[in-house]
Design a protein around this ligand. Structure first.
Ligand SMILES: C[S@@+](CC[C@H](N)C(=O)[O-])C[C@H]1O[C@@H](n2cnc3c(N)ncnc32)[C@H](O)[C@@H]1O
Length: 188
């Protein structure tokens, strides 16, 4: 909920249900899949994750009562990286192209694109908790393949619609299949 000095700026949005967000998450069954993995909110279950040199830090340029940053655990073989991208209730980094909020924990497309690019020339990615489909929209805009799984059917419909609406961006070189070694692909 958007707050300023403890006061609500707007009525909370009536989002669709989000399953199991209130329960502890165990990432361990997912660690065996694919070459690289990323977990948003990894700081909440860091005791179940291997040590990592590369956490991704999304600085939300926040004010008020929200967390300053989101932490993404990764197994990327590199150092910590940070992006500053405002996502503060009604305020977004790019107000001219403000993103519609479909999901209470929706991520900005540019942040998700940045995360994908941190993994290099990965051709295919899977998001087993895709929500409104931001990972898929970001992957599509980078000319990558993606697979999304979501328990709430309405979010699946939203994700499909978002993917069909997004226009391919021309500022990114398509990943060339021939330069990708088999070991560099992320597979289910
Ligand atoms: C943190 S949200 C993802 C938000 C997404 N990154 C976005 O930008 O919209 C996690 C999603 O996982 C879904 N979910 C929870 N348990 C699930 C399960 N067992 N299988 C598939 N989806 C599940 C929830 O309904 C929720 O939409």
């Amino acid at each position: 909920m958007a707050k300023w000095g403890g006061e609500n700026l707007v009525e909370p949005k009536d989002y669709l249900p989000v399953y199991d967000d209130d329960k502890p998450f165990d990432p361990r069954p997912f660690l065996q899949h694919g070459k690289y993995q990323m977990f948003f909110g990894g700081n909440y279950f860091a005791d179940k994750l291997p040590p990592s040199s590369c956490w991704l830090v999304w600085d939300k340029d926040n004010t008020g009562n929200f967390a300053d940053c989101e932490l993404v655990w990764t197994n990327l073989p590199k150092a910590v990286r940070r992006i500053i991208y405002r996502w503060n209730g009604l305020l977004q980094q790019d107000m001219k192209h403000k993103e519609y909020r479909y999901h209470p924990t929706q991520k900005p497309v540019p942040v998700m694109k940045w995360c994908i690019l941190q993994a290099g020339e990965i051709l295919t990615m899977a998001d087993p908790f895709m929500g409104s489909g931001t990972t898929l929209v970001a992957a599509k805009s980078l000319n990558r393949y993606s697979i999304g799984i979501e328990i709430e059917e309405k979010y699946c419909e939203i994700a499909a619609k978002r993917c069909s609406q997004e226009v391919m961006e021309l500022d990114c070189e398509p990943v060339k299949k021939e330069v990708l070694s088999q070991s560099n692909r992320m597979e289910l």
